[in-house]
Each structure stands twice: as structure tokens, then as C-alpha cells.
Design a protein around this ligand. Structure first.
Ligand code: ZN
Length: 194
């Protein structure tokens, strides 16, 4: 990416950085520092996360993230309506993809996923440890409770917070942060599905 292109993305990059700060960093002791443009020396850093920006389906591994800032080819109907929608989508996708950087898999990969309710395909992210009850409100869950919420709009659920604190530590004192109440709507939805 050229310095000019990098500079033009400053606003959207700030949204992405804030998304990580307001969620995973606020809820735990993990910190992502040194947000800047990659250079020839970047590859030698021990704990480097490379972030690309492309108009593709956002995706991530533990060391590489691809974010989408334009949404012509991904979630266009949800994200392209106006500036507020665009910023919300950048926030949401960033929270989800940095969940992968932290090692978290998709909620629908869990073996206890109710496939009648949640038919999202299991993928090769796998996962070997389960934290808490199956969580419809997880930002790592493709099966959000309504079409209005995409990956819980990037708001960590109580179990997401429990999960990140299990592996990355708990702030003391724990700051106030928005979180959704996992489970409170699960039973009614399951009843409807039956
Ligand atoms: Zn994902």
C-alpha cells in the first residue's frame, strides 16, 4: 500500500483501531500496539499482525487480518447505505476478525450448536476448547439472533468477555463496558423454532 493510500484510510483505520480498543482491550489485558504502515523491517517483529484492506470477505488468522472498508463485494446491502452503517460494519468486522487473531473460533463450530436454529456451515477454524454455554450473542457467532444484528454488532457478550479474560487476564478494576446478556433470549427462540 502506498503512503498516500494509507493516509487516505486514516478515518477508517481509526475506527478499526477503536473497535479493538473498546472491546478486547477494554475487557482484558491484551494490547495491540504500534498501529502503523508496514515497512521492510516489519516482518521481523515477533508478534506482528499484518492488516490488509481489500474489498473481499473479511477474514483473519492469528497473524494476518483482511478488513473491508468499502463493502462493494461483501455485505453491501448492510454496510453501504450511509456513513453510519459503513462505520458500524467496519467496527463489527474488526472486532470479529481480531477475535480470530486472539485465537477464537466461530461459535457455530461448537459440537453443541443447534443446527436447526443455526445452519451456518462449520469451517476449518476448528477449535479445541469450549468456554461457557453456546452463545447466540457472541461476536464470533454467524447466527446472530436477528438480521438486524450482524455478529452482535461487535458488542462483546458476557461469554466473550469471560473468554478473553480467561486467556488474556482481567483488568482490575473492570471498567464498565456494554455487553449483551447471553442466554436471556435463547429459550424463546428455540421454542419458536420447534
Ligand atoms: Zn470469522
Amino acid at each position: 500500500m502506498t503512503a498516500d493510500a494509507f493516509s487516505k484510510m486514516a478515518g477508517n483505520r481509526a475506527i478499526a483501531q477503536k473497535a479493538v480498543k473498546d472491546t478486547w482491550e477494554t475487557a482484558s489485558l491484551v494490547r495491540f500496539t504500534g498501529w502503523g504502515q508496514c515497512n521492510a523491517n516489519s516482518g521481523s517483529a515477533a508478534q506482528l499482525v499484518r492488516v490488509a484492506v481489500e474489498d473481499v470477505i473479511a477474514n483473519a488468522t492469528k497473524t494476518r487480518v483482511t478488513l473491508n472498508f468499502t463493502f462493494n463485494n461483501f455485505q453491501a446491502s448492510r454496510c453501504k447505505g450511509n456513513q453510519q452503517q459503513l462505520e458500524k460494519c467496519i467496527f463489527t468486522e474488526t472486532v470479529h476478525e481480531f477475535g480470530h487473531v486472539l485465537g477464537f473460533s466461530h461459535e457455530q463450530n461448537r459440537p453443541d450448536t443447534n443446527e436447526i436454529y443455526c445452519s451456518a456451515e462449520k469451517d476449518d477454524f476448528g477449535g479445541d476448547t469450549i468456554v461457557g454455554a453456546w452463545d447466540i450473542d457472541s461476536v464470533m457467532n454467524y447466527c446472530s439472533r436477528s438480521q438486524g444484528a450482524w455478529m452482535n454488532d461487535g458488542i462483546l457478550s458476557k461469554t466473550d468477555i469471560q473468554m478473553v479474560q480467561k486467556y488474556y487476564g482481567t483488568p482490575n478494576p473492570m471498567p464498565d463496558m456494554p455487553s449483551s446478556s447471553a442466554g436471556s433470549f435463547l429459550a424463546p427462540i428455540l421454542l419458536i423454532m420447534e
